[in-house]
Design a protein around this ligand. Structure first.
Ligand SMILES: CC(C)(COP(=O)(O)OP(=O)(O)OC[C@H]1O[C@@H](n2cnc3c(N)ncnc32)[C@H](O)[C@@H]1OP(=O)(O)O)[C@@H](O)C(=O)NCCC(=O)NCCS
Length: 138
């Protein structure tokens, strides 16, 4: 799994994202994010994990595995890559938000040591779904 640096990864990231989410982020959105010095991306042909790293905190911005590779350990591998990076860079906390009904993701995050700390009412889909906020303390 590679830590991919630079906006040349915007198109491949968009292509993977499109296979993982109904409302995929555009190539130009990835381009903008990947141009920021705080963005980190782990990606291969099966999935991707995009996050920000500022000071001693990280936040998962988006994370997905292509459907045919799901529930085979790929998501776990991507998270472990990020945890390794986080340890090497003295990161103390990793935050994320997840839709309240996204059971596969919630199970994975809890299995990997994330703890729920907050609920944001109506955060997704024009107020229809709450977000759960999780943190992992390293
Ligand atoms: C969430 C996601 C990234 C998980 O990736 P994955 O490669 O399938 O995850 P893994 O194979 O590493 O699964 C590890 C654990 O996650 C949980 N899990 C994964 N898929 C699950 C499913 N369909 N139902 C219930 N739990 C599931 C299980 O606890 C699993 O452990 P187990 O194998 O011992 O049962 C993937 O389902 C996905 O891309 N979903 C669509 C995009 C998305 O929702 N991203 C997260 C946004 S916050």
């Amino acid at each position: 799994m590679l830590l991919c640096k630079g906006s040349q990864y915007a198109l491949p990231a968009h292509k993977i994202h499109k296979q993982c989410f109904q409302n995929a982020w555009s190539e130009s959105e990835f381009h903008g994010l990947l141009n920021l010095p705080t963005t980190r991306l782990w990606m291969n042909e099966k999935g991707m994990l995009l996050c920000s790293h500022i000071s001693d905190e990280m936040e998962i911005l988006t994370f997905g595995v292509i459907p045919k590779y799901r529930h085979l350990g790929e998501g776990t591998t991507l998270l472990k890559q990020m945890f390794q990076y986080a340890k090497e860079n003295n990161v103390q906390k990793i935050f994320l938000d997840v839709a309240e009904d996204n059971i596969p993701a919630i199970r994975l995050y809890e299995k990997m040591g994330f703890l729920p700390i907050n609920r944001r009412k109506g955060y997704y889909q024009n107020g229809k779904k709450d977000a759960l906020i999780y943190v992992k303390v390293l």
